[in-house]
Ligand binder design. Structure first.
Ligand code: C2E
Ligand code: CA
Ligand code: CA
Length: 665
């Protein structure tokens, strides 16, 4: 409705605008037409005069110059020939000699010649020889200004030529006043017709121009609106782009400054979207983005804004909501995103990480809100939680940490990772029975980075999946390459809790052992108690699979977590590894020794092998042997060593009791 009204108003405006040039054109054309009509009128009179001259004047004159006066015959014939003419309505007919005297006047045929007077019309004719009729009023003439009624007429002076001769010499002038009214009637009628045509033509032109200008302006208007829209919207999804998003935040902040209600700014990152693009193609990726964009937009409340910030990132401005309500709203949004998408009949599921910040708590300006939401998103992406509110000083805001995550990804691909092996010693034979594989990161610029630092990073990003596969693949293939020289040592490999929620990981491990032709009894997987707190069902199923394939599972860092004893009995594990925090200082602290002793006892009762790690001294070694611990590991026997050093140290192994000195830690 409003649009209609606007359109009509704009049309009216253009109509008025183009009316001006149309009117100017009309005025000019009118001037031309009128002048033409006037000229025609004068020409008509001149033609009448010529006809009179040719029919009734020149033929009756002998050809003598009129200055010499008329002969009686001439005068008599003139009277006769002009009689008709005067009766036909010609107002005046005079013959003038070349000096201006009236030689003959049809009205007074017998009057003698008057005084020589050269009036304007005559002078003109004498000078140019060409008739120049003009509109005049009869009896206002200088020659006879006072006699008779004043009538509008056309005054024509024509040259009178001598007839018959070789050269047509002018012998006098004919002065005729043709009545103007009959000619004017004609003139006015034709002028009226011309005016009607002109008016019609101009009206048509005006309408045409108005419509043309209006429609052109409409097109330009539409085009410029489209351009404006393009500059502020994302081409793929049609959603606002980052520029408009920032604008919307600013707008919301300006409004909230009055209402003092909170605003939530959220950034949604789609997880593994790149993988969809890489494996299914960009076309599918685009379709997916469009489908999700529609779904997200439809889930919003009026007044909320959704924008595409680029790639797989979307932004949300949610006015009047913050805190718990915002968290709940965004959790719901995440669930909506995670709903199955059908792309050409293929079902697809996308998970999202969401980081958000709240005005005015986490930022006063659009810029600050976006930055804090971005930090929160980075934290969400590390896997701590899917929907994360910004927290001041959170570790994920640490730029070093963020760049290390990227570098670790790089490290996996470019050989910066390496496995070291630490010997495990059988307490009974006092000889090495196995090794534990421990990962090392030789960073090109930061030097060696401890696994205690980067393993949690990998665990928090999902990078732990490929990393663990790399460790298993490397450890198993190296074990296979050692050959009989190192006997039938086992290798213990650390597996993170998060690995055990990955579908198919146990089967993959079994398959890799078969591939490298490694006896499953030579591989132990060390898992921690947290494996069972995350996704117990999945972890238990994986362990059952591994157990069935003959691979032992060890419960690492035992004592650190909170495994219930009934639970412990149900797990299909083969080994307990007492956490080194109890072992290292067990001789100094009786309670630690008591725990170690109890765990060894408990493990044996449940049928597990018991390993003690962090054995640094001979005294602890002896104590553990007395407590009937099965396997020991620690600096006392060996540091973790690279593959080549391990080989040398194993071939040259001597039991600790026979050594003079204890290796330093
Ligand atoms: P962990 O599984 O408890 O590994 C044993 C850690 O104790 C190793 O530290 C080892 O160097 C250290 N250690 C060995 N003997 C002694 C000793 O006598 N005294 C003391 N104080 N420490 C000793 P490292 O290599 O720095 O690894 C630290 C942790 O990083 C590991 O603890 C493990 O949780 C993790 N990690 C290492 N490699 C991997 C891996 O390939 N995958 C996974 N998921 N985690 C790994
Ligand atoms: Ca371990
Ligand atoms: Ca451990």
């Amino acid at each position: 409705m409003d649009q209609h009204w606007n359109g009509a108003r704009r049309f009216l405006m253009y109509a008025v605008l183009v009316l001006v040039p149309v009117l100017v054109l009309g005025a000019i054309l009118n001037l031309v037409i009128t002048r033409e009509a006037d000229n025609n009128a004068l020409l008509t009179a001149q033609l009448q005069a010529s006809a009179i001259n040719e029919a009734g004047i020149e033929p009756v004159l002998t050809g003598r110059p009129l200055t010499e006066g008329l002969t009686a015959t001439e005068r008599a014939e003139l009277v006769e020939s002009t009689n008709e003419v005067v009766r036909s309505g010609i107002l005046r007919l005079r013959l003038r000699d070349l000096e201006g005297r009236i030689a003959f006047d049809a009205e007074y045929p017998l009057s003698p010649p008057g005084p020589p007077i050269i009036d304007r019309g005559l002078a003109n004719l004498l000078k140019t020889g060409v008739p120049d009729p003009e509109l005049a009023v009869l009896n206002t003439d200088t020659v006879d200004s006072t006699q008779g009624p004043q009538v509008r007429s056309i005054e024509v002076y024509l040259p009178i030529h001598r007839r018959g001769g070789e050269n047509e010499t002018m012998i006098g002038a004919l002065e005729i006043y043709v009545p103007y009214e009959p000619i004017a009637l004609n003139r006015d009628a034709s002028l009226r017709r011309a005016h009607i045509a002109l008016f019609g033509g101009l009206c048509g032109l005006w309408m045409l121009l108005a419509v043309m200008v209006w429609s052109t302006s409409k097109r330009i208007h539409r085009q410029s609106k489209a351009n404006h829209h393009l500059s502020l919207h994302d081409g793929l999804t049609g959603l606002p782009n980052r520029a408009l998003f920032v604008d919307r935040i600013e707008h919301a902040v300006a409004q909230a400054s009055r209402t003092a209600l909170p605003i939530t700014t959220a950034i949604v990152g789609l997880d593994r979207f790149k993988a969809v693009n890489d494996t299914l193609g960009h076309e599918t990726g685009d379709q997916l983005l469009r489908a999700l964009a529609i779904r997200m937009r439809d889930s919003l409340r009026p007044g909320d804004t959704i924008a595409r910030l680029g790639g797989d990132e979307f932004g949300f401005v949610l006015p009047n909501v913050g805190g718990q309500a915002a968290q709940a709203l965004l959790q719901r949004l995440r669930a909506i995103i995670a709903d199955e998408v059908q792309l050409e009949g293929v079902p697809m599921m996308v998970e999202a990480s969401i980081g958000w910040s709240e005005w005015p708590l986490h930022g006063e300006t659009a810029d600050q809100l976006l930055r804090t939401a971005d930090h929160a998103l980075a934290e969400a992406k590390t896997g701590r939680a899917e929907v994360v509110a910004y927290q001041e000083g959170s570790i994920n805001a640490d730029p070093l940490r963020l760049s290390l995550i990227a570098e670790l990804r790089q490290a996996l691909a470019s050989n910066q990772l390496e496995l070291h092996y630490q010997t495990q010693v059988d307490a009974r034979t006092q000889m090495p029975s196995g090794v534990e594989a421990l990962i090392r990161w030789n960073h090109p610029t930061r030097g060696r980075i401890a696994p205690d630092y980067f393993i949690p990073l990998a665990e928090s990003t999902g990078l732990i999946g490929p990393l663990t596969r790399w460790v298993i693949e490397t450890a198993v293939s190296q074990l296979a390459s050692w050959g009989p020289a190192l006997g039938d040592l086992s290798v213990a490999i650390n597996v993170s809790a998060r690995n055990l929620s990955e579908v198919g990981i146990a089967e993959w491990i079994v398959e890799r052992l078969q591939f490298h032709n490694v006896d499953p009894s030579r591989v132990v997987l060390e898992v921690t108690e947290t494996s069972f707190t995350n996704d117990e069902a999945a972890a238990s199923a994986h362990i059952a699979t591994l157990d069935a394939a003959g691979i032992d599972v060890s419960l690492d860092d035992f004592g650190q977590g909170y495994t219930s004893l009934s639970h412990l009995a149900n797990l299909r594990i083969s080994e307990l590894k007492i956490d080194r925090s109890f072992v290292t200082g067990m001789l100094e602290e009786p309670k630690k020794r008591a725990i170690v002793a109890s765990v060894i006892e408990l493990g044996h009762q449940l049928g597990f092998r018991v390993v003690a790690e962090g054995v640094e001294t001979l005294a602890v070694y002896h104590e553990l042997r007395d407590l009937r611990c099965d396997v020991m590991q620690g600096y006392l026997f060996s540091q973790p060593l690279s593959q080549s050093l391990l080989r040398a140290s194993l071939l040259d192994y001597r039991i600790p009791a026979k050594r003079e000195t204890v290796p330093a830690s």
